[in-house]
Structures are given as structure tokens and as C-alpha cells.
Design a protein around this ligand. Structure first.
Ligand code: DI6
Ligand code: FE
Length: 417
């Protein structure tokens, strides 16, 4: 039961005259909507969600502060569950090369691609990385993102992997977002290990990942399973270490080809498998069985000019849950708008606007292991939500380049943006 009340004491604040898109699966209406809704908070958590007519007493007697939402729609705050937002430099030259016909894989094999960002990230100071990442994060925060996942993976040496994760943690302290850090040491083979991916995986497993965990810098572990990166066998070795440390796992899988990474990840109980354009029927079954979230990254599909789409209809049929994220990174997805990404998920992949919004709220929370805490408007969850000047929640996926956010509430209080 989502609509309901936590206790009869006074709430800290209540919002009235709002449409609520709760995204709660317990409410059958599209978007889990409640038309003339009220939402109350206490101690940073949602204390009540329901229809105004169902309140037993006048609102003034129920909450210390009454906010008039003036007909706004309220949704859970957005969650960007897959980013590489901390990195040095840019790859505009590579963009130009791709426009002239070079493929992402060719550029990667010629030793540029991710490796050029590795050089720039190694050369950047902690402060440079922090400032540049904060600039990219600002537009996301302004669109109502209050949780962002940030990966390492452009250091590929001990010091720089640690530096990236420390920057990610610092962002969580200095900006109005909750940061989930992901160790992505197995992102690419760095130049100093050229031709010896196995030895690099040894280094990641024996030295880098344990050191990062010991410093409390790792919330989750990811890897890139692909012909231009690591084999399922190599990824499996990284997952074994993650398991030793009791860390949740996720995987970049089947972006450019089908190596069966999704099956490996699903069988290892991964929270999410990300990209999945080339996933086959066995991978889809494995994801459905394990409840692993398929994280769709239409920004990368769009920027790389790809034509093979993730099998959305088959995901739906099998009951695979779908999240949507920016994949904000300098190579394949220099995207800093989650609303635009939702539009791409609809137009390019065929999601419904409801699936796109669920993908950046409820399912994104699940992809980060935060479903009990976040992602829907439900009593007991963190009071992170957004007021939007829209007439229907589908509008969030429909417009491009337009930000209808009125206000972002984080832990029950308005944020300054
Ligand atoms: N897939 C991605 O989307 C990013 N990494 C990956 O494994 C892109 C990395 C880059 O090109 O810089
Ligand atoms: Fe990625």
C-alpha cells in the first residue's frame, strides 16, 4: 500500500494541488498517477502520498508548512544510473573522424579512443577533474537528478583510478546529489599492458580494486565485455574479486557484438547489464530470470550512428526491467541531459513515455540497488522529488531542449539550483 500515512504526528511539510506521478507499481493508473494529490515529508522521508480528498483533517492541522504546488506535476527525482562524468579532456577530434567514416571500434583499435581520455585524465589534477565534472553535472542537477552513478575507468593505473573515485566522492559532498561510485578498472587495456590483457586483469584484481575498496571508494564493480575490451572469462575474474568484497556488480555488455556477457552477469546476480544492443534470446532469458535491469543508453546509440537497437519488445515480453541513462562520457555519449535521453529512448528505441520516466526513476533506482529507498513516491522512501510545470507526465519525454523543472526537493527540502 503506497497511499497512506506514516504517523499521526505533524508532518514537516506538505505539497497540495499537485498531480502525482508516483511510478508506484501498486497504483494501476498510467505513471501511477494521482490527479489531485498531496505529498508530505517528515525527517527527510516521504510521510504521506495520496488524494487530497482522502485527508482526514484540514492540511493546516497536518503539516507545519503547506506548499501550494499550483497544479504542478510531481515525480520522483531523476536518477542517472550510468555515467563516466569524471574524465579529463574531450574527444571532439574523434567525433570528426567518425563523421568522416571511421568506426568507434577502428578508432579504439588504433590506440586512440578511450586511451586518449586515459592520458588526459592521468594528466589532470584532482581539482581540474572536479571542476569539469561539476560543470557537466550542473545541467543534470537542474533537470531534477538527485542521484548519479559515476564510474572510474579512465585511469587504468592505481593512482588515477583512486583519484577518479575520490573526485566522485567529493562531488557527492559538494553538490546536491547522492553519488554511487562504480569501479571500472576493466574498461580498456592501457598502453603499458598492450597485448597483455590478462596481465592487466591480474593487476586490477590483485592491486587496484583491493586498494580502492580498502579506501571505501567503491560501491559497485563494472567491466567492459567486448571484442575491443575484455572477454567474459576476464570479466569473470573481476567479478570473483567483487564477490570476495561483497560488492554488487554490473556490466557493459553486448554493445557492439554478442559475447554472452549478459549471461555471465545475470548468472552472477548483476544489478544491471548496460547497452545490450546485440543481446540474444539466451541473454534476454538470463536477465529476466535474475531480475537484472537492462540499462538502455540511447545517447551512445545516437552519437555512434548505430542501427542495431536493443530488443525492447523481447525485453517487455520476457519481463526484463528497463532503465535509461545518459552514459555521459567523452567518446560515445557526450550527453548531459537525462530528459533528452528519455526522448531518445522513446524515439530511437520505442519506449513509451511512461517506460522512459520509469527508466530514470524506479528502474534506475533498482539498477543501483536502491529500490527500497528511492525511485517512486511511496511512504518511507527518501523525500527526493521534482515539481514540473507540465500538464501531463508524458511531456517530460516529448519535448527536446526544454526544462520544465520548477523545483527540486531533496531529503524533504528545496535545493538551490
Ligand atoms: N562503453 C561506453 O559507453 C563507454 N565505455 C564503454 O565501455 C564509452 C567510453 C569511451 O569511449 O570513452
Ligand atoms: Fe558506459
Amino acid at each position: 500500500m503506497v497511499t497512506g500515512t506514516m504517523s499521526s504526528e505533524m508532518w514537516d511539510a506538505i505539497w497540495v494541488d499537485a498531480g502525482l506521478a508516483t511510478l508506484d507499481l501498486g497504483i494501476a493508473a498510467p505513471f501511477g498517477r494521482i490527479e489531485d494529490g498531496v505529498i508530505a515529508v517528515k525527517d527527510g522521508r516521504i510521510a504521506h502520498v495520496g488524494a487530497r480528498d482522502d485527508l482526514p483533517r484540514p492540511v493546516e492541522h497536518m503539516a507545519a508548512v503547506v506548499h501550494d504546488a499550483e497544479g504542478a506535476w510531481i515525480t520522483p527525482a531523476l536518477i542517472d544510473c550510468h555515467t563516466h562524468i569524471v574524465h579529463g579532456g574531450h574527444r571532439a577530434r574523434e567525433f570528426d573522424l567518425r563523421l568522416q567514416g571511421a568506426s568507434y571500434a577502428e578508432i579504439s583499435r588504433s590506440g586512440v579512443g578511450i586511451r586518449s581520455t586515459v592520458m588526459a585524465t592521468r594528466a589532470a589534477s584532482f581539482e581540474d577533474l572536479l571542476v569539469s565534472a561539476a560543470r557537466r553535472l550542473e545541467p543534470l542537477v537542474s533537470e531534477g537528478v538527485t542521484v548519479v552513478e559515476i564510474k572510474s575507468g579512465y585511469g587504468l593505473d592505481l593512482d588515477t583510478e583512486l583519484k577518479m573515485l575520490e573526485v566522485a566522492r567529493a562531488i557527492g559532498e559538494r553538490m546536491p546529489v547522492t553519488v554511487v561510485t562504480t569501479f571500472l578498472g576493466a574498461h580498456a587495456v592501457p598502453a603499458e599492458f598492450d597485448g597483455d590483457a590478462d596481465r592487466y586483469i591480474d593487476f586490477v584484481c590483485d592491486e587496484v580494486l583491493p586498494a580502492a575498496v580498502e579506501r571505501g571508494l567503491v560501491d559497485q564493480v563494472d567491466a567492459f565485455c567486448e571484442g575491443i575490451a575484455f572477454s567474459p572469462e576476464q570479466v569473470g575474474r573481476v567479478f570473483d574479486v567483487a564477490r570476495l568484497f561483497n560488492l554488487p556488480i554490473k556490466l557493459h555488455a553486448e554493445q557492439l557484438s554478442d559475447l554472452g556477457g549478459s549471461i555471465l552477469a545475470a548468472e552472477a546476480g548483476a544489478l544491471s547489464c548496460d547497452h545490450l544492443e546485440f543481446v540474444g534470446p539466451d541473454g534476454i532469458d538470463a536477465l529476466a530470470r535474475s531480475g537484472t535491469v537492462a540499462v538502455l543508453l540511447p545517447g551512445a546509440f545516437f552519437v555512434l550512428g548505430k542501427t542495431t537497437k536493443p530488443p525492447i519488445a523481447a525485453f517487455r515480453e520476457a519481463g526484463v526491467r528497463m532503465a535509461v541513462a545518459t552514459d555521459c562520457n567523452p567518446g560515445s555519449s557526450p550527453v548531459t541531459s537525462l530528459l533528452t535521453t528519455m526522448n531518445m529512448a522513446c524515439v530511437l528505441f520505442g519506449l513509451t513515455p511512461e517506460e522512459a520516466l520509469a527508466g530514470t526513476t524506479r528502474e534506475a533506482a533498482r539498477a543501483l540497488g536502491l529500490a527500497a529507498e528511492r525511485g517512486t513516491l511511496a511512504v518511507g522512501k527518501a523525500a527526493d522529488f521534482v515539481l514540473w510545470r507540465i500538464q501531463d507526465p508524458a511531456e517530460l519525454s516529448y519535448r527536446i531542449g526544454f526544462n520544465p523543472r520548477i523545483e527540486v526537493i531533496r531529503a524533504g527540502a528545496p535545493t538551490l539550483i
